[in-house]
Design a binder for this molecule. Structure first.
Ligand code: SF4
Length: 327
């Protein structure tokens, strides 16, 4: 029988991954090559920026911004990824917080309603990132954001049925970092990650993150294959931190603007091409970061302008009319 809800799809994916029990598909020599290449690139990039800007601190959002538009990347680096968010990014960030609370069975959004859910999400975001969203949200915008958030949460909730596959233990919102180019003065660069759900066959020892075998990213917006690039970064980082690649990962777009009522699940193997492609993105982002922190800042407008921290002051910003829903 075809799975229907999102969690049934995820459970089927977990069952298949568990049943196949695949051996690691990326050998140690490949991981060593990736690590060595990124160490070199990180040292070269860090050597081009002032001391106080080291280590270069990257996240998936910073890397994405650097590769789309150097000025946007500079703005994200300056904001340490905590800067003012555009409406769509803010709703996405708030959704992540609510999804975490639902997954951990801490809240019932139906009982809280739109305003209560919004307040809880803001409070959770403040705890998770130190970000105070009150100053970003005017009275007019709040109604709209509340509505958008609750619609996404409602669709997510209608498709999320805990528990998942009983053989799998999972943990949500696990932060971890991988450092590159370690030296006497510390690392040259750091890639900071926070995975929505990490799955392992057994619970971790107390105080340990546990070795993740599968990673799952939860998305509330439209189906966008660019999210697979973000997942690839997490698979690479997990492989380098653990010294062995996870089995793979998936992205579940819980509430995409498609007719599919229970979203879309797309899997990504943690094989050599996936990890190499992620490493190329990290390497290119390091080079652009060194350029922009050294003063060479170019602008490349596009649909991504609507997520950019500089969108209200950048003279090159593309209007949303120009790109509309094509993004
Ligand atoms: S508004 Fe657009 S062109 Fe300007 S910095 Fe941001 S992404 Fe680049």
């Amino acid at each position: 029988m075809q799975p229907t809800t999102g969690t049934e799809r995820i459970t089927d994916w977990l069952r298949a991954a568990g049943a196949e029990r695949p051996a690691p598909v990326v050998d140690a020599a490949t991981l060593d090559d990736l690590r060595e290449g990124l160490d070199l690139l990180a040292r070269a990039a860090a050597a081009r920026v002032p001391d106080h800007l080291r280590p270069l601190r990257l996240t998936k959002a910073t890397i994405d911004a650097l590769l789309r538009c150097p000025r946007a990347g500079a703005a994200r680096l300056a904001a340490a990824d905590e800067g003012p968010r555009s409406g769509p990014l803010l709703v996405g960030a708030l959704f992540e917080q609510v999804a975490h609370l639902i997954v951990e069975r801490i809240v019932d959004p139906e009982a809280d309603g739109p305003a209560g859910t919004f307040d809880r999400a803001c409070a959770a975001l403040a705890v998770a990132s130190g970000e105070d969203v009150d100053h970003l949200v005017g009275d007019d915008a709040r109604d709209l954001l509340e509505e958008q958030l609750f619609e996404r949460v409602r669709r997510f909730r209608s498709s999320w049925r805990a528990p998942l596959h009983p053989a799998w233990w999972y943990r949500s919102e696990v932060p971890f970092e991988v450092a590159f180019g370690d030296g006497a003065a510390g690392p040259a660069a750091v890639l900071a990650c926070r995975v929505d759900l990490s799955f392992g066959p057994t619970p971790p020892a107390l105080g340990s993150g546990g070795r993740p075998r599968l990673l799952l990213e939860l998305k509330s917006g439209r189906h966008d294959v660019a999210h697979l690039d973000d997942l690839g970064l997490y698979l690479l980082a997990a492989a380098l931190v653990e010294g062995s690649a996870p089995v793979g990962g998936a992205v579940w777009w819980a509430a995409p603007s498609t007719p599919a009522p229970h979203g879309v699940l797309q899997t990504l193997p943690a094989d050599a091409p996936t990890l190499q492609s992620a490493a190329v993105r990290v390497g290119r982002a390091l080079e652009v970061a060194a350029d922009v922190l050294g003063g060479r800042v170019a602008t490349i407008p596009g649909g991504h302008c609507r997520f950019c921290p500089d969108r209200t002051v950048c003279p090159a910003a593309a209007s949303s009319d120009e790109f509309g829903d094509a993004w």
